[in-house]
Design a protein around this ligand. Structure first.
Ligand code: FPP
Length: 249
């Protein structure tokens, strides 16, 4: 589908975050406000996801991670889970235009629990987009920050068992390079600089808890389906105006 083009209108000198994490929240409330079933909110949210991902790339963001489905989201009614998975699969079928935009697509999370057809499509999209350089889009699906740390810890434990390393030698870098965000075909996503959460909630909800150790946070009451390119720019400008010290003075 042809997308409207939005030209970024960022003031000169704006510091662009290298890595943005987006918690796409508020789809259910958006639908409820209109008297519609929740899945209509997700459908609208998937459209917003397309528009905002493109805009992030046009603003010069290098890594854009979206929280599409958490390890806790399986607790939702079956038909809602199915609707989200269907939207995700539809997106994978239509993803070619993203590839044309030079966006590399990767997935983070435990994919073993997803439908086999979905897993196959994910692997194929990753393969087809591996050489694209404008931006890396990371889609977090069946993702949990704690699960990711456990996954990394298991890998380290196995290496200790095999005599490849010693527990006293384990460093932050070693754990970091065993997270899902380090499984990007030889690339490791940098720490997230800015986390954006629309919909009025002000929490991380198990999203990139390791990578967000020094992140800036931006919260807005706008519901995700209503989130516009100009809202992304507002968040980037707010980030640029902050003074990040990374623990120093
Ligand atoms: C949170 O809103 C949103 C989700 C759990 C699903 C996000 C999924 C999409 C945007 C569409 C599919 C994704 C892709 C990548 C095509 P909520 O349902 O918790 O909203 P609420 O808090 O208002 O109930």
């Amino acid at each position: 589908m042809a997308e409207k083009k939005y030209i970024p209108q960022l003031p000169e000198g704006t510091q662009i975050p290298v890595h943005i994490g987006m918690i796409m929240d508020g789809n259910g409330r958006w639908a409820k406000k209109r008297g519609l079933p929740r899945k209509f909110g997700h459908r609208e949210g998937a459209q917003t996801f397309r528009t905002i991902t493109r805009h992030a790339k046009n603003c010069g963001v290098k890594y854009f991670t979206v929280y599409a489905f958490s390890t806790e989201n399986w607790k939702r009614p079956k038909d809602e889970v199915e609707a989200i998975m269907d939207l995700f699969e539809k997106y994978l079928d239509e993803v070619r235009d993203f590839i044309e935009e030079n966006i590399r697509i990767c997935f983070i999370g435990d994919r073993s629990m997803l439908r086999p057809e979905l897993q196959r499509k994910m692997a194929s999209v990753e393969e087809d987009s591996r050489d694209f350089k404008a931006m890396t889009l990371l889609i977090a699906i069946n993702y949990g920050g704690r699960d990711e740390i456990v996954h990394a810890a298991k890998r380290l434990a196995q290496e200790v068992k095999e005599g490849k390393t010693d527990p006293s030698m384990i460093t932050e870098d070693m754990l970091n390079s065993r997270l899902y965000t380090a499984e990007l075909d030889g690339d490791i996503a940098p720490d997230v600089d800015l986390i954006i959460r629309p919909s009025g909630e002000q929490r991380l909800s198990n999203f990139m808890i390791w990578q967000a150790a020094y992140a800036e946070y931006y919260f807005t009451n706008i519901l995700w389906p209503d989130f516009k390119p100009a809202d992304l720019e507002k968040a980037i400008i707010a980030y640029s105006d902050r003074n990040r010290r990374f623990g120093s003075v």
